[in-house]
Design a protein around this ligand. Sequence first.
Ligand code: PYC
Length: 317
Amino acid sequence: MQTLHVIDSHTAGEPTRVVLSGFPDLGGGSLAERRERFRERHDHWRSAIACEPRGSDTMVGALLLPPADPRCCAGVIFFNNVGYLGMCGHGTIGLTRTLAHLGRIGPGEHLVETPVGVVGVRLHADGRVSIDNVESYRAATGVAVEVPGHGTVVGDVAWGGNWFFITGQSPVPLDFAHVPALTAYTLAVQRAIDAAGIRGDGDGVIDHVEVNGQAPDGSGQARNFVMCPGGAYDRSPCGTGTSAKLACLAADGKLAEGAVWVQQGILGSAFEGVYRRSGRGVLPRITGQAWITGRAELLIEADDPFAWGIRADAVRA
Ligand code: PYC
């Protein structure tokens, strides 16, 4: 029997499961090196934690590790039902709230090490969390892709800690009632981008599709629908997706440095984003809130046919 200790939270509706202990030793080195060891040698632990029956398609795991950089209060590797994330905005907000819940950090500024760089976090006295994300930028604009059943879809390719294709074209209103149609649409866009060989810098796979428009609630705020790599949509406004969007707004001159952008997700829950110009793009600061939902021991029994999660090699053909 294997035992893992976890704390669950949600950020604007999107779950994060912080793994505190019980995970195999990944050795030393950078978080990027340890993520490669995780992927190569221990991928079944990812599916045990994130996939059904213990997790779900929406679950983002956050393996808490000692940082290599002594300035940081924690190191983290984010993962989900199908693989690994570079950064995760909602997950970093959930992790920060979890560290506060454990009494490991208090209000103020802290640094967290991720596989794609060090990010700043600020725990506010009222429980909100701001993250200073990695440099985000637009790599390409006006990218056109033929999407079966939807015609030509045009969008931007942008980095916010993960790669995004961001489009303003939506076949239906951006509201909760249209989640099934938005899911089908964004999955079709994702397949079309992949088939067309459209990539981010360094051949980066564009594994997130973001539809952005006006919220239909009369607030004048923006609302998005973000499809994540594993076929589940982000319940939150997506921290890395909001960062990528800020980079596009900055590149288009549509949002001034320091001005607040309120980004709703498809549930209507919101993050606030501001940016400073930097290098190729912007340094985004994203603010949101997370709530603790559980503290658990995950048990893995050796004779359980789904011990390591419901994955292709565990189901009958
Ligand atoms: O908040 O950055 C984010 C995120 C990525 C995937 C799910 N959430």
